[in-house]
Design a protein around this ligand. Sequence first.
Ligand code: PLP
Length: 406
Amino acid sequence: MLDVDAVRAQFPILSREVNGKPLTYLDNGASAQKPQVVLDTIQRAYGEDYANVHRGLHTLSTISTENYEKVRGTVARFLGAPSEEHIVFTSGTTEGINLVSYGWAASRMQAGDEIVLSIMEHHANIVPWHFLRERLGVKLVWVDTAPDGSLDPQAVLDAMTERTKLVAITHLSNVLGTIVDVRSICDGARERGVPVLVDGSQGAVHLPVNVAEIGCDFYAITGHKLYGPSASGAIYIRPERMAEMVPFMGGGDMIREVTRDTVSYNDPPMKFEAGTPGIVQTIGLGAALEWMMDLGVENIAAHEARLRDYAQDRLTGLNWLNVQGNAPGKAAIFSFTLDGAAHAHDISTVLDKKGVAVRAGHHCAEPLMRHLGVSATCRASFAAYNTEAEVDTLVDALELCHDLFA
Ligand code: PLP
């Protein structure tokens, strides 16, 4: 069981005040706070060990390269990938999905081919496919959620036709907290010979992930939600898919030889990593993933499940609060609106005055918002360091909103 006080003590920012109140940070779905070990690692990477990677033969470049490359193995372990060679570093999920769109899908799809998506996707897992719709005439096929916010894996498989070339699906909705049975989707898609990309931006934060067991072709993660630095991330790519990919960006590091007339490429995964990478960000990501694995990803998930149950209980007690999504086993992410005219932005402003940080808006999921019939929601999303007392603080602040706006 997680010792939440001991966890909190590792996050310096959690002891600060906001608007004269103790910070209650419930905007983890947007970005998580960083433990001291990540801050120390960043400080050391810049303050003691910094040099560019791969190209130098001097001592600091060797140390920096070792510290950076070591993270590939850490990510592979974290995701249950068979080898670190299957891991490409990115600046986050957005870059990872764009890499698949430009590097794999664009050269393999033509007009009339189909990509199956759920209605819960984040724009990062929509817009790169719209690019292919605009440029190639690819068709986007949408699968709706059930009224409780759950997604039937069979509905995803039923949406596939002989023109389906890819399923691009989230592991965990950043709005509803719905957990998608990506393993069943991958099983069914494999039988039909269709690759599956999983957006693991939220899934890898809240669930133990094993890409070998899931059976996906691509699994993208983003470091800043995983208690690591912003502009860090990675994507697991199944070797068969990697072999089919062409480079997305050209530049230093991704080449073997460049002449006036020719270019040849480095071996994967570096073939897909052009230019000076986010050296320190990636080293910080390694520290964050080690921190999560030391704590135990299962322990974090169990702690968050307790918080979810408590929050669900308290929030459903507020009969003027409409929580979107109630899928069985959902994650501790609650999007809600209040009865009456109060806009999500006004609610979040009042909560902020009480030191409670939540997100308000469409959460980069406009198709889902339209499907739900709302323009914006407030979202409270929990992490390893949150407590039941913070759920109470949220509820007290929401009651104040109700008094103000009802
Ligand atoms: N997918 C989901 C489900 C997300 O929640 C997010 C971030 O909010 C992203 C993709 C995009 O991640 P990033 O902006 O770090 O690339």
